[in-house]
Design a protein around this ligand. Structure first.
Ligand SMILES: [Zn+2]
Length: 483
């Protein structure tokens, strides 16, 4: 076996949901028979030594007895996490030791997982990113789906010299609307679901257990109009977690979830639930039971559609544009209902805790607040009809205002011009907070769209005021009476 000059190949490490290209320099020097990774590899990379060596031997190649294999990862100064360095290291080793002929093209990029038999598998996170488009030669392993770019594939290390050519196919995102046949809501619930879904207005469903709060949140997630630009990113995020996107993402974290699991954490930063919900719905059942810091942390993604994670000097921004739907009891026992005979068994201190947690800042997260004890049990409006109305409202906004974003993401100013000036003066007087004013305006725009009306009329504003301002006041004022 002849040892020759150092071998340089390229591979990729994780960088958010994409990949960053790195250089791998492999050198074989006298020393203990081991592989040593330099340049801030993480634990997963370090433990790949046994797997790579076993794969190389099982493919019929040799590993020199008294030589050390040094693997330098560049750039040196960033912590590296990768699922696909196995193939790059094994190939560089086989080329360096001339057990396989060196590639004709210089410095190819290799990214693949190895099993003990030496078979090569394309990692799940290997997908279409800018870095890959500019790369001349990419070699990976077997993949069940099209990767979105041209590449060479090898089934096992032995066939590195005779890879198969794969040409990019035109892949369109394929998602399927969930079936809503046989799903029905009462008239009032249907109206509410229609408004929330058409405008993508964040909503809090409050009331005793068993009154249909969770059902509302679940049904709304089935009838939203997907935004295909956002869903491209959602698909990439799903792939990162080893999942396939079939419909808009719906995340339903448990109320005991930690702050870090919700917003993301780690070094390098890993995305959390708010990012996994990007392009879809974040359902938070028992909202008041979630940690208050976590509720506070939702402010940033709700306002900007993004989340910045800063940990130990490493900062990263992840997408986090989602519709927040939450449910809650109004007290611990769940039987506290505004404006009705009080059945609540909770002690005063407990009631006060709940009511205080429902004070201004938290309620402000929700554009619509609804009381589930008022829902009728007569379910006679089909979800198919509601979905149709939602689509029609969105088409109306597109046709008349060239507006593609849902109403919850447009500015108040652009809505105000659709209201007659005299009406504006009257209703602005009622507003105590700018945020609530914005919610009422946006919800009123959605209600007008559902009636296919360019102008926002008094009736639209009144319905929006009831759903947004009056219900928020009801929680704050009425509940105070019980403590
Ligand atoms: Zn109670």
């Amino acid at each position: 076996m002849q040892i020759c000059a150092d071998m340089i190949v390229h591979s990729f490490i994780r960088d958010g949901f994409g990949l960053q290209k790195i250089e791998i320099e492999l050198s074989i020097v006298p020393g203990l028979p081991q592989m040593k990774f330099l340049g801030m590899p993480d634990g997963l990379i370090k433990e790949s030594e046994a797997r790579i060596k076993t794969a190389i031997r099982n493919q019929g190649f040799e590993i020199p007895a008294s030589k050390q294999v040094l693997i330098q990862l560049r750039p040196n100064d960033i912590k590296k996490h990768s699922r696909g360095l196995d193939l790059a290291v094994a190939a560089a080793f086989l080329w360096e030791t001339e057990q396989l002929p060196k590639p004709e093209r210089p410095k190819p990029a290799l990214y693949g997982e190895l099993n003990f038999n030496g078979e090569v598998i394309a990692p799940l996170d290997f997908c279409d990113v800018e870095t890959l488009k500019s790369q001349e030669t990419i070699i990976t392993g077997k993949s069940e789906t099209d990767l979105g770019f041209d590449y060479l594939s090898v089934n096992e290390l032995r066939t590195l010299s005779v890879p198969t050519i794969h040409t990019k196919q035109d892949v369109t995102l394929q998602i399927v609307e969930p079936s809503v046949e046989n799903l029905f809501l009462s008239k009032a619930q249907a109206r509410l679901a229609m408004i929330i879904a058409a405008g993508e207005h964040s909503a809090l469903f409050a009331g005793p257990p068993g009154t249909g709060k969770s059902t509302m949140a679940e049904y709304i997630s089935k009838i939203l109009c997907p935004n295909y630009e956002d869903l491209k990113m959602s698909a990439q995020i799903a792939r990162y977690f080893g999942e396939k996107l079939e419909w808009i993402p719906t995340r339903r974290p448990h109320h005991k979830s930690t702050l870090l699991s919700m917003i993301g954490a780690g070094r390098p930063p890993e995305p959390g639930e708010v990012t996994r919900a990007h392009g879809g719905v974040l359902i938070m059942d028992e909202f008041l039971e979630f940690d208050s810091k976590l509720q506070e942390a939702l402010r940033e993604p709700i306002e900007t559609g993004k989340i910045m994670i800063s940990r130990a000097g490493a900062a990263r921004e992840f997408p986090a544009k989602f519709l927040l739907l939450a449910t809650t009891n109004l007290c611990k026992c769940g039987q506290l209902i505004p404006s009705t005979k009080n059945q609540c068994q909770c002690r005063t201190v407990r009631k006060r805790q709940y009511v205080e947690r429902l004070s201004g800042p938290i309620l402000d997260r929700f554009q619509i607040i609804s009381f589930s004890h008022e829902y009728s049990q007569e379910h006679d409006v089909s979800l198919t009809d509601i979905r149709h109305r939602v689509k029609r409202a969105r088409e109306f906004a597109q046709e008349n205002r060239k507006q593609h974003a849902p109403n919850s993401r447009i500015s108040s100013l652009s809505v105000e011009k659709d209201i007659s000036p005299s009406l504006q003066k009257v209703f602005k007087l009622k507003m105590s907070s700018q945020r609530r004013l914005k919610s009422v305006l946006q919800v009123a725009r959605t209600i007008a769209d559902l009636s296919e009306s360019r102008e926002i009329r008094a009736g639209h504003l009144n319905e929006a005021l009831a759903l947004s301002l009056r219900s928020a006041t009801r929680i704050q004022v009425d509940l105070q009476r019980y403590i």
